[in-house]
Structure formats: structure tokens, C-alpha cells
Design a protein around this ligand. Sequence first.
Ligand SMILES: [Zn+2]
Length: 566
Amino acid sequence: MLVGVSLAEAATRRVQIGDGMAVTLNSHHEVILEALPLRHEGLIAFANRLCGRTRGAVKKVSAANRGVRRLRAGVRYRVPFELLLPEYQLRALTALFEADSLQAEGWLHVVGKPEGRRSESLWQIAEWFTGSGLSYKKIRTVNRLTDEEILPGQRLLIPRDLLRPTLASALPRSLAPGGPVAPGRLEYGADEHGSYALYSLRAGEALYSSVVVHFTGRIYVDDVNRIAGEIAARNRISDVTDIPVGYKVKIPLEYLMPEFLPAADPRRLKYEEGLSRSAEYSNQVRSHDLAGVTVVLDAGHGGRDVGASVGRVWESIYVYDIMLRTRRLLLSTTAAEVVPTTRDGSSYAIQESDVLSPSRGHAVLTSPPYAIEDASVSSNLRWYLSNSVFSGRVSDSSDPDKVVFISIHADSLHPSLRGAMVYFPGLLKNPSSYGKSGTVYTSRREVREQPRVSFTQSERIRSEGRSRDMAARTIQAFSAEGLKVHDNKPVRDRVIRRRKAWVPAVLRFNEVPARVLVEVCNLANPEDRRLIQTQVFREKVARAIVRGIRSYYSSSEQEGSHIVGG
Ligand SMILES: [Zn+2]
């Protein structure tokens, strides 16, 4: 990757700080941030993002880059330290001076060993940390220096009251007298281990639920435990069950969900950009009683693949029953056409009992059908089948927005969590074209019809918007039916597990613009597990799913109570 201007040769130290940014300290002791413009970002937006709407910032940023006016993608541009928003100043300094530490009384700076000619000066240090070279006298006094001579490796305390406000706010507070942070609010800071958010635990709050699940979005038991362990270690908490009320927990910024990051953090800006972009692509098609609408209904797993299994409850059996009930309700109360992706046996008969008997008889309804053996083959054949249905409808000159895809699952998460969660496909990096080979695939008509699938960027953006709209309405419908939904972020654009993030294949390679995956409850939670073994609950879930579809096609912004009869 190129640096926008050729001044990099003067740099004596250069550190990558993530998000395509790097910070340099050159031989003139200038701290400079280099950043890539975001997609379609012009000079003004670039300067606003990194410097705030400061008067003159645009001109100065341009001047720092040889008077540039039009930014080019993939080129890094320089922003002088003085222009940067406080949070970027903090990131720059903590990245450059790794040996420094933040203490309650102030910032402890270790004088650097310069690779260039001149060593750091007291004036320079005062300027970096306090915003004014003139504070050098006070720094000298506090550190009992007899003259202005400082040596590499020497430690200097820059007292809290001299520091730039953002740097001061990053310092740890002594725990006893410092007031607690406002409920639910985070403060931000940095120490020798990196940037963090500070959250003050309230009475009755536990590390794993109030910190890990809430702020990091982790939901799988191994992830929740691992991150809780890492946070405990970073905060030197030896007993996670005995943390005093008001204890301020440092949460590494990289673990936070984007909405909890500082307002100017690039990852948060990108997230917010995604929200506003997909809002422009919500569904515009209206259909009373779902006439003309095709619903592809996908019950997760089946056959040899039982999915999540806790106690004697197999995900495959219970979500298949919910699919059947949803189908029945759609057929009896709407004009929609329903296309299930799987079937157990030769009919769609519903077992009218609470506890269901196990079966491994499910097949994916491709031509010929696939009696489910392998989980990944079965999930790939589902999106092939869905794409085949979709192309059929579109070639019948039907509106592509009149097809929706709903996959029904139940997950196995940290046992403290309860309720429903809906996934939609976010704009993760996708291969430009994707397809499967091997006879298990090519022996099926749906695969031969269209062996490979590809999406343009605008198709992805459109379906992100449609699907997010549908996901949000489905979650609203669950609440409206009195069903529990997750307390934290029940609508998500990716699965996060074991340091990876992905969109399930059944959504990722599916061409239906509005497509969601509904996790109806958490089988690892005893109450959720009890509920799914009742017909009343499964019938309610079916009603919620139908209600969500009707809301998606309803004429009003908010779904009305008339939408689902009975
Ligand atoms: Zn599943």
C-alpha cells in the first residue's frame, strides 16, 4: 500500500494502529497519522472524520498532503497530530510509546531512544502530552530535574492536571473516591496493553452477562468464558464471582461491538454507515394477504444431522415441527405460496403432541431429493434449491421482492441467555463467484441449472437492506406474540464464534433478496428447552414468523394489530 506523499523516508518510527491507519514519529519529532480514505470519502469527509468539524482542518490536511484535493482509494494521507480528534491523538501516542504507562497520578512517559540524530526534548514531550511546549517547566519541577537535559530510557511523569483532557480521561482513577460512571455508559482510555472501554459494575451485575454478553456480543459458552477469563486477567480480577460493586472493568476495544465504540472510531462509523445505507433499501413491495408472495421455508438440519442437541431435545425435530406449523398457518390464513426445502417422509403431517418423537427421515427436496447424511451438503443443496425457486419466480416476470427465505433453527448458547435471535446477511467479504462440484451436487437438477452463484456489490447492499428490515420485523413480531427475544442485540448480521465471524451458507449464497435465519430459542437454557417441548410455544413461534412476513409486506411502517387474525 502506498503512502500518499514521499515524506515517509524521514520517519524514524512507524506503527500500524489498525483500520488501515499508521502513526509515524519523524526525525523532527512530528507525530503524524496516516489514514486511508473510506469508500467514496472525499477530502472534506476525511478531514471531518479524523479532525472533527474544526475550522481550517480541511485546508491544513490538504496542505499536509501537497495540496491534494481529490483523495484516491488505497492511498494513505497524512494528518498532523495537532489536527487530530482527541481519541486519535490518544491512539497515536499509546501506539508510539509502548513503554509508557497510565497511572492514577498521570502519564508515565519513557523517553525514547531515537534512531535519528536528535533525542526527544522536554519541550517536545510537553507539546505532545499537554498541548503546549510551555508546560515543560512544570514537568521539570514535578520530576525534580535540575536542567532540561533528558536521557533515553528516563521516566517522566506528566501529571494528570497538565495532560490534554482526553489523555487525562484515559488514566485509571483510584477506585475508592472516584465516582462511578453513569449507568450503562462507557468511558474510554488506553494503557500499556492498548485501548479499552471502562465499565463500572453495578449491584447484582456479573462479568459474563453484563460485560461480556452485553458489550462484546459473544453468546456461545466457550467464547463467553474465554473472553470473561481474558478480561478478568487484564483487570487482575482473581475471583469473577466476587467483584466489588463499582469496580471499573477495562474491556479491550477490539472486543466491543461497534455500537459501543467511541463515536469517531472507524469501525463504529462503518457500522453506522451500514445502518443508514440499508435503511434506504427497505422493502417497498406491498401485498395484502401475501397474494403473489412465495415463502421458501427452511427447517434447519434434519436426517442424520440433528443440529444442536441438549438432553433428548434435537434441534432438527423441533424446528421441523415449527416449519410445518408455519406452513399450515400461511396456507390457511394468507394467499402466499409456501415452498419447504425439506420433508420427513411423504407428507407434511404434524404431530399433535408436546414432546416429539425422534426421526432421521428428512430429505432436502431437490430433484432428486437428498436424504440428509452430511450437514454441509444438505445446507448447500438448500441454497441451490432456493435459488432455483427464485429464478423460476423471476422468470415468470414476478417481482424479485415477492420471494422471501426463512430458515428456522434453535441454538445452544451460554445457558444464561434466552429467547429468539434473527440473523441476516451482512456485507462480509464474499468470493466473487461460488459453486460446488462432485456428483452429490451435479446429480441434482437445481445445481445443473445454475452451478455457480455470484453477486454484484449493489445486489449485496440491496439484500442487506431488505433482509435487515425483515429481521427487525420478525423480532418485533416475536415480542408482539409475547415470546422472549434476546436482551442484547437480537438482530445480527453475522455469527461470531471462536474468533471468527461468518454468514451461514444458507443465507450467504442464497439469491432471494430478503432472507433471514431465525434462532427461535436457546436449547441450553432450561426454560427455553421446556417451552420448545410444548405445542403452545411452537404454534406461537409459527404465528410470530407469519406476523413478521405480513409486517414486511404491510402498507404501514408499523405493523398493525389487524395483520394476523386470531
Ligand atoms: Zn441450527
